[in-house]
Design a protein around this ligand. Structure first.
Ligand code: PDD
Length: 291
């Protein structure tokens, strides 16, 4: 079955959905995006994704292409036309189309693309074994809090991980502190079972899954500390795990050559993953759309 995309006012099969060659998203990566998980035709943490999208647009002075209510109508329609029961919705907004020059007019009309993809989270089989991650220098720009479509360092990092059969690359700064991974946030569990993750700042993307896991972990009585940690701290941690829209909660059992604890997925990661899956299943199909 051909996928149906929304592009600037039209619903088209993906192969016919064409972007203007002078779209600034294409020429300058001048745009932002969101990836939202869909379960039973219902989005997960929709309000938080729309809030982050709105913030990303504001930070870059890109106007919203329409009201959030209208965007919601389009997203529902893309889900409906694709019969998307389980997968992701990708939303991309670029500054729009103009003859190529670095500066831009504030009057430009932004371009909006919404696509659907059938995909499942990592399988139980992978989760049961846990994954390996690679460390890599964080060479990204200084505004990682903006969900910009400019992702070259992220894709290079991800591919170097895949090339050595690792699941993700974890970024570290020149002072040795770990920021996040190429498409997920990073957590460690220390010896006294405190969950530690980098605080939200311009250094990381404030993950929507990260925020939900913080809430679920607090409700479950975990001690939590939002502060930065080093690669060395990861090596000696009791547990390491990743969170993200497409990752859910993924236990990490190896960082470069270092085996984490006994080399098996940790119990906190597995418990939080179960709680997260339950949280997704419990989403109310009507309330889920509230922005
Ligand atoms: N990426 N950090 C980075 C750099 C990311 O790209 C992502 C998500 C996250 C996790 O954020 P969230 O929990 O909101 O998905 C953290 C998406 C999935 C992507 O680029 O495909």
């Amino acid at each position: 079955m051909s996928h149906i995309a929304y592009i600037n006012g039209l619903y088209e099969p993906n192969k016919n959905a064409l972007i203007n060659i002078e779209d600034r998203g294409l020429q300058f990566s001048d745009g932002v995006y969101e990836v939202i998980y869909v379960w039973n035709e219902t989005p997960v943490d929709y309000g938080a994704h729309i809030e982050r999208l709105s913030r990303s647009l504001n930070e870059l002075n890109i106007p919203a292409p329409m009201s959030w209510r209208s965007l919601t109508v389009i997203i529902k329609e893309v889900i409906r036309r694709n019969y998307l029961r389980q997968g992701i919705i990708y939303i991309q907004i670029s500054r729009g189309v103009a003859s190529r020059t670095h500066g831009y007019s504030r009057e430009m009309e932004p371009s909006l693309v919404v696509t659907a993809k059938f995909t499942a989270p990592p399988s139980e089989e992978i989760v049961k074994k846990g994954v390996k991650v690679l460390s890599t220098p964080d060479i990204r720009w200084a505004r990682r809090d903006i969900k910009s479509i400019s992702l070259l360092p992220n894709i290079i990092a991800k591919q170097s991980a895949l090339d050595v059969k690792a699941f993700e690359s974890v970024f570290y700064k020149s002072d040795g502190s770990v920021t996040e991974a190429s498409a997920s946030n990073v957590w460690i569990v220390d010896k006294d079972k405190t969950l530690i993750t980098h605080p939200t700042s311009r250094d990381i993307l404030g993950g929507v899954t990260r925020a939900t896991i913080l809430k679920l972990a607090r409700d479950a009585g975990y001690r939590i500390s939002e502060h930065s940690f080093t690669l060395q701290n990861m090596h000696v941690a009791d547990e390491v795990f990743l969170t993200g829209t497409t990752t859910f909660v993924m236990p990490v059992v190896q960082v470069d050559k270092h085996t984490i604890a006994n080399g098996y997925p940790g119990e906190c990661a597995l418990e939080l993953r179960d709680r997260y899956i339950q949280y997704i299943k419990d989403v109310d199909p009507v309330m889920a759309w509230n922005v």
